[in-house]
Write a protein that binds this ligand. Sequence first.
Ligand SMILES: [Zn+2]
Length: 463
Amino acid sequence: MIQGPRVAVIGLDCAAAPLVFGDLASEMPNLHKLMSGGLHGELDSITPPITVPAWACSMSGTTPGQLGIYGFRNRKDHSYDGLSIATSESVTEPAVWDLLGRRGGRSVLLGVPPGYPPKPVEGWRVSCFLTPPSAKSYTHPVELAAEIEEELGGEPYLFDIPNFREKGMEFVMQQLFAMTKRRFQVARRLIVDKPWDFFMMVEMGLDRLQHVFWQCWDPGHPKYEPGNPFESAFPEYFRYLDSEIGSLLELIPDDAVTIVMSDHGARRMEGGVCINDWLMREGYLRMSEPLSGVTPIAKAPIDWSRTVAWGDGGYYGRLFLNVRGREPQGVIEPGRYEEVRDELIAKLEAGTGPDGQPLGTRVFKPQEVYPDVRGVAPDLIVYFGDLRWRSVGTVGNPDIFTHENDTGPDGANHDRAGIFVMSGLPGQPTGRVEGLRLIDVGPTIMDLFGIETPEGAVGRSFR
Ligand SMILES: [Zn+2]
């Protein structure tokens, strides 16, 4: 038997507390109306604050270490074969819908990452933004796709904006509104048609908006130009998104608990740090032949017999050590592993920016961040400038610092402070609440359903 109220979660990928509760609050009247009847607060994301695995950590109450998923891409083993992409199959810890399903409770999951391939669920599932164009099926059950296509009347359902960093701003702007419109249209259909106990959707629009247009809106961004043609992109999209949220809220039954949340926040990005060029300069990374230009690290002619460490790009820096007996041509004696890690931490954290001032870089050992470290974790997790700078994965760059990154222009990086709003629970606290954590959301929802937090989860119900 299912206890407790039905629960509906509207996930806004990358919704940042300083914007939603602050600078752009006036653009979100529907969300603020919901807040006025419930509780809200900053939601502290995971380390690192990345979409995959953040949503999975949230809904299973676990850390990335417990899932063995440290970002979109992970090492499969200790070979030099590069990184592989996480999928829905990578998550092995039970999430809210798994535990609910075992008790006969039914879920609607719309775009919750990682949601491809669309693993069976007790209920209905539409896969996520990682769905490849070649996907044969994107729903569970398979027939659900026909309902979506009928609902959209021939317009394609948009999982994401493919190659959004390269397509030009006009195109992204148009696709952004179309993607959000169609996702919420499908959400309204499913929330009305399906007999769900748990409903959850994730909209990617804010994430894409912020990565592409942050510099158009924020006068503090190094690339901001007053009067640029996209100066109003942020307020326009926030207001539009809020209107879609409002139309969905109207369809959620009065006796349901409603949650609006994000997986992480965002902040302006100052630029990129070329982690591998830095490692070369410091003598940790060596090539067997001169580089002929800017080269992805996976294609670089690395001389493994003389390489101590290499790095990868992304919103945060991943640093890997070449350890004897662990990597095929490891050079660091296992007994010196901690010494080398500590030396790299000290050098990275002492690093200065292009202006000669301390960059404020923070470096973490996975073993100090997670209670359990499974799979193949990076040896070090690097927040350049405390996430004001991203990590660039190529090597052979003319400088350690760049304002162009390896995956196209980007105005924002991820940050810790996401959002959480909950309304509809009788007797719940109201107003602003401190200390909310992403990994506690799943256990809180489980608690609402009368389900005990599974063994191994570290999140706790904050009810
Ligand atoms: Zn995200």
